[in-house]
Design a protein around this ligand. Sequence first.
Ligand SMILES: NC(=O)c1ccc[n+]([C@@H]2O[C@H](COP(=O)([O-])OP(=O)(O)OC[C@H]3O[C@@H](n4cnc5c(N)ncnc54)[C@H](O)[C@@H]3O)[C@@H](O)[C@H]2O)c1
Length: 285
Amino acid sequence: MAIQQKTALNLQPINQCVRVTFNYDVHFTKGLFQLDNPLLAQMIAADGETTPKQVLVVVDEGFLQYQDGLLKKLSAYAQRYEDILTFSGEPIVVPGGEAVKNDSRFIEQIHQQINIAGLCRHSYVLAIGGGAVLDMAGYAATTAHRGIRLLRVPTTVLGQNDSGVGVKNGINAFGKKNFLGTFMPPYAVLNDFDFLTSLNDRDWRSGIAEAVKVALIKDADFFDFIMTNADKLANRDMGIMERLIYRCSQLHLEHIAGSGDPFEMGSSRPFGFWTLGCSQTRAIN
Ligand SMILES: NC(=O)c1ccc[n+]([C@@H]2O[C@H](COP(=O)([O-])OP(=O)(O)OC[C@H]3O[C@@H](n4cnc5c(N)ncnc54)[C@H](O)[C@@H]3O)[C@@H](O)[C@H]2O)c1
């Protein structure tokens, strides 16, 4: 009976095709929050909308402990560029590393602050920290009001050459990595090489390991460059590190756009060597 009714009405499916283009820049700088560095303010002004814009800051505690006076610097920056941006309340300081992705209270805390401050989709979340804090703050930003603009300031090598420049956000749940998350490109990424000097050797090297992997897959000359400069990298040569981060993030960005599948709807997983079946999925960026 139901089938007959459908046939009688003869309604064809309405085809819908939605195309969305995202543009964002990954910047490389030093002294990002110095008063004479206008990059952050320029980024916000570039949206072309009425200013000042509300900005909620989320910062990695593990990074902050090495940044004497960073919060004061941020507040001085906001005063200097008060016609362009205003901070929405005190910066939210969260633990660095995986702990911040394992506890959904941090997401709630950011959502609450977004609500209290009255941020909207024309406002910004400025996330400063390692890949874990960026993933968490990104997830919070992209789920409030269905997406508040995200400015990422990665402070680890991996953050600057991989996790911070891509389109994914997320936290862990049910014992699985990145079980909850979103695909949402950032508004912009601001890489400040000065921030890397306080990294311990483990976090300095883990970002190099990512570059080795990407070089092996994509760019033999880049691999040679890493091999030639291995000792300098181990001895924390910042000039070589800057070139490594630049090339690695460039290859990541090219892969995300060039794959034709930036949101991984098909089987494309940027630079992933392995994937388990959906029900088994774990430990994936
Ligand atoms: N979204 C993506 O596409 C993507 C891609 C790759 C990895 N990731 C995620 O990134 C996370 C790993 O990120 P990570 O390697 O940047 O490490 P991390 O975020 O875990 O940080 C490591 C430690 O370094 C500290 N720290 C951060 N900046 C510092 C600095 N400048 N000086 C001193 N200490 C500093 C942090 O507090 C933390 O204790 C994982 O959760 C992973 O899933 C995401």
